[in-house]
Design a protein around this ligand. Structure first.
Ligand code: NAD
Length: 528
């Protein structure tokens, strides 16, 4: 791609000025190459902005800044770190409407979801991990609360959660700021410094987050944002030997690439990947609830990693379920995601639309039936620029079919039937993935028996998408490596250290107490 002429550093998008250059060491900077790349809006496929196209020089500068800022941030007392994280949450709440509008322009997800759910959750991510830090990790009662102190007659084991160092955080486009805050907040709370590389298809709110963090008083170099393509900026970041943690959310092939790069430096890596999650409707299910939950799987135009895209329905209720599902799905309004009446917006990119349609057309050619949808929404595409795909339900597919086995990441569900619990489990667990599963049942014991046999990081029973941040989150099999959330985030972002002290070598007065341990942490220490 030829270099673009001088970029506009602060285009106005949805009424908001956004600096689309990198944020490194507390300063905005263009790429050394001067190159930029275009950011398109999925709403109408028009160009929103030119974004600085980072490469090795920017990746290396950002890691150097994060490394230099690390000792001071790691030594900042936890309450002071927590105060800044809360101030970032305040900034997110203050700019909630702007963030909602910009994110919708950039990734095409519904503005009403951004307002009601996503952006409040972004603020909550910062508050939650700030509170976890002060209430659990650095609290004077921490040791007794979490049983990390083990005393023997003569030796005392004290486990501490030490900051690890510069972290590289790489995020996808389907829920940009939500995923970014899910990683940035615990990484910073743990006392680490961060280089964030947002997805090239949705780079804007990461730029705003840098502004918000700076306004909240986060010191220069603690959070850096490098924009650019994965194969360039992303690759240079994950290969860097000074990086102490890599947290990645995205697709399986990229994860394999990153894991290989990380292996060269043995950099610990957390991978949150794709899914092909089942939604099981048992014969004792409340059908209204089942249909509601099934239709919800079209949210964000199907671009949700957790989506239960494989509807598995007991054969005795399949006809009734399908009829009701079609009725309910036909009432969904597809259109401009800025319109609050819209239920389903566009897909992210022309390439993604092509990919989705490829899956559907190959399935139909192989004998599947598209009982609803089955192609792009041509009327809407003529009016709005081309990226809308009709909500689709495919039936008549065997377990080996590509559309059953592969993540489509669009508004495409498949429906299969089963006649027994064993068959339901075989179908549900019969892919390479294991991110999530949903069970709909009117019988608690039945639902629990099924849930116990599912291979998944999260199982929902009679609900979907509900997340408690204290709980572990992640995927089994090809859906991921590791867990984040609550204490699991700190397990990942910290170097756990056990200090074993021979008690008898000290006088009684010198024996450390829990309180003194906490005070030591409060007064700071050089973790560099
Ligand atoms: P992707 O793998 O194409 O890209 C994700 C990020 O990785 C982007 O920022 C990209 O620039 C970067 N990247 C690409 N190549 C890289 C490389 N060589 N080195 C370093 N970074 C590189 O994924 P996507 O298309 O943006 O996102 C969709 C995928 O994400 C789906 O598979 C979806 O299921 C998954 N996802 C998973 C979760 C989860 O929590 N499990 C959440 C959201 C999305």
């Amino acid at each position: 791609m030829p270099p673009h002429p001088t970029p506009t550093p602060t285009p106005t998008i949805a009424g908001v000025h956004i600096d689309t250059r990198h944020w490194i060491n507390g300063r905005r900077s263009e790429s050394a190459s001067g190159e930029t790349f275009p950011d398109l809006s999925p709403i109408d496929n028009t160009e929103l902005a030119q974004i600085s196209r980072g490469g090795k020089p920017e990746a290396h500068a950002a890691v150097a800044a994060a490394k230099a800022a690390f000792p001071a941030w790691a030594a900042t007392p936890p309450p002071a770190r927590a105060r800044i994280l809360h101030a970032i949450a305040d900034g997110v709440e203050k700019r909630l409407e702007e963030l909602a509008q910009v994110e919708t322009a950039d990734n095409g997800a519904l503005v009403r979801s951004h307002r009601r759910g996503v952006m409040p959750r972004v603020a909550h991510n910062f508050r939650f991990f700030a509170d976890w830090l002060t209430n659990n990790l650095s609290h004077p009662d921490f040791d007794t609360k979490t049983h990390t102190e083990v005393h023997s007659n003569t030796r005392r084991n004290h486990v501490s959660w030490d900051p690890a160092g510069p972290c590289v955080l790489i995020t996808p486009w389907n829920a940009p700021l939500m995923m970014e805050s899910w990683k940035v907040a615990p990484a910073l709370a743990a006392g680490n410094t961060v280089v964030l590389k947002p997805a090239e298809w949705s780079p804007l709110t990461a730029s705003l987050l840098a502004d918000i963090a700076a306004e909240a008083g986060l010191p220069a170099g603690v959070l850096n944002v490098v924009q650019g393509y994965g194969a360039e900026a992303g690759q240079a970041l994950v290969e860097h030997p000074d990086v102490r943690r890599i947290s990645f959310t995205g697709s399986v092939p990229t994860a394999q690439h990153i894991a290989t790069a990380a292996a060269a430096n043995l950099t610990p890596t957390s991978l949150e990947l794709g899914g092909k999650s089942p939604l099981l409707v048992l014969d004792d299910a409340d059908l209204d609830l089942a249909v509601e939950l099934a239709v919800e799987q079209y949210d964000n135009a199907g671009q949700v990693c957790l989506a239960g895209t494989r509807l598995l329905v007991h054969e005795s209720i399949e006809a009734e379920f399908t009829q009701r599902f079609i009725g309910r799905a036909s009432n969904l309004t597809q259109g401009d995601p800025r319109d609050t009446a819209t239920d389903i917006g566009p897909n992210i990119h022309a390439r993604q639309l092509e990919k989705i349609d490829g899956f559907v057309q190959r399935a139909v050619a192989a004998g599947a039936t598209a009982v609803i949808g089955g192609g792009p929404n041509t009327d809407l595409n003529e009016r709005l620029g081309g990226l809308y795909y009709r909500p689709t339900l495919l039936t008549g597919l065997g377990q080996d079919a590509e559309a059953v086995q592969e993540e489509i990441f669009g508004p495409v569900l498949t429906l299969q039937t089963f006649s027994s619990d064993d068959e339901a489990i075989a179908l549900a667990n019969g892919t390479r993935f294991g991110l999530a599963a949903t069970v709909v049942s009117g019988d608690r014991a039945h639902a629990d028996r099924i849930a116990a046999r599912l291979v998944a990081g999260t199982v929902w029973v009679n609900c979907f998408y509900v997340r408690d941040l204290r709980a572990p989150f992640g995927g089994s099999r090809r859906s991921g490596v590791g867990r984040e959330g609550g204490t699991w985030s700190f397990d990942f972002y910290c170097d756990l250290k056990n200090t074993v002290t021979a008690q008898q070598t000290f006088t009684a007065q010198q024996t450390f107490t829990t309180q003194q341990t906490s005070t030591t942490q409060e007064s700071g220490s050089d973790h560099g």
